[in-house]
Design a protein around this ligand. Structure first.
Ligand code: NAD
Length: 259
């Protein structure tokens, strides 16, 4: 167990960081990633390094070129010898009506969340199937199962991530590798904080009203999910008790998709 290696894309903030933190506590070797240079994250690497017996390493890769995740996975394999657990977590958001949706934002959202997942899976899966054990966890969203206005690229991408998850789960089903999508509702992270101003503009509301009337409106609990709740699910999916959970969409959304 203590020798497991995890690559978590987009793991310097929010949900990815919570998952990396959990894996470090579980004594995994963890490959961290974001688009910024390594210098920006030396303190974070040292902090996570102190949590368990695994090694923590940071790899810069800008996944707005989705194919960069191929080199990222190759670098993690070169450093640690393999990838046992791949978490495709990196994601970005843009809120705008479809007529005004900037083409480069569309492309960036698809690249960061979908293309990068494709390339990272394609690079990591052969080793997992050879060894007969692996876990692929895609951080999709409630927006992989439901739509909201003004989020065309994000909703389309997250639905596609769910489709990718199911397909790879079927391909890997007899190889000891599970592939699942966690679908969080609203989790209070920088990704959500940054969209409050945009949402206020498109909806013509104050930022306070956006949080109450737009962001938490579809979430029946009226509470943000905490990043640690997603991390605990990721840890469970890596346990042997979860070996029969594959091709699933696991909602952690305060009841959003019950409606
Ligand atoms: P966040 O903004 O806190 O963190 C995003 C991470 O991705 C950061 O580490 C950032 O550096 C990295 N990243 C961004 N662009 C990148 C790029 N071009 N290349 C490499 N790394 C990049 O976001 P979060 O809320 O923790 O979101 C994480 C995932 O969870 C995303 O896929 C998001 O869509 C999904 N999600 C979030 C929520 C939510 O409410 N926060 C809900 C459902 C799903």
């Amino acid at each position: 167990m203590s020798e497991r290696v995890a690559l978590v894309t987009g793991s310097t903030s929010g949900i990815g960081l919570a998952i990396a933190h959990k894996f470090a506590q579980m004594n995994y070797h963890v490959a961290l990633n974001s688009f910024e240079p390594a210098d920006a994250w030396t303190t974070l690497v040292a902090e996570l390094d102190g949590l368990g017996s695994g090694e923590i390493a940071y790899f810069q890769a800008d996944l707005s070129d989705g194919a960069a995740s191929r080199a990222l996975a190759e670098q993690a394999i070169a450093r640690f010898g393999r990838i046992d657990v791949l978490v495709n977590n990196a994601g970005i958001q843009k809120v705008a009506p479809i007529e005004e949706f900037p083409e480069d934002d569309w492309q960036r959202i698809v690249s960061v969340s979908l293309d990068s997942a494709f390339h990272a899976i394609r690079t990591s899966l052969p080793g997992m199937t050879e060894r007969g054990w692996g876990r692929i966890i895609n951080i999709a969203s409630a927006h992989g199962l439901r739509a909201s206005p003004f989020k065309s690229a994000y909703v389309a991408t997250k639905h596609a991530v769910v489709g990718l998850t199911k397909t790879v789960a079927l391909e890997a089903a007899e190889k000891g590798v599970t592939v699942n999508a966690i679908c969080p509702g609203y989790v209070w992270t920088p990704l959500v904080a940054k969209q409050v101003a945009d949402q206020a503009r498109v909806h013509g509301l104050s930022e306070e009203d956006v949080i109450r009337q737009v962001i938490l409106a579809p979430q029946p609990t009226k509470q943000f999910v905490q990043p640690g709740e997603i991390a605990e699910m990721a840890a469970y999916l890596c346990s042997d008790w979860a070996r029969s959970i594959t091709g699933s969409t696991i909602s952690i959304d305060g009841g959003w998709t019950a409606k």
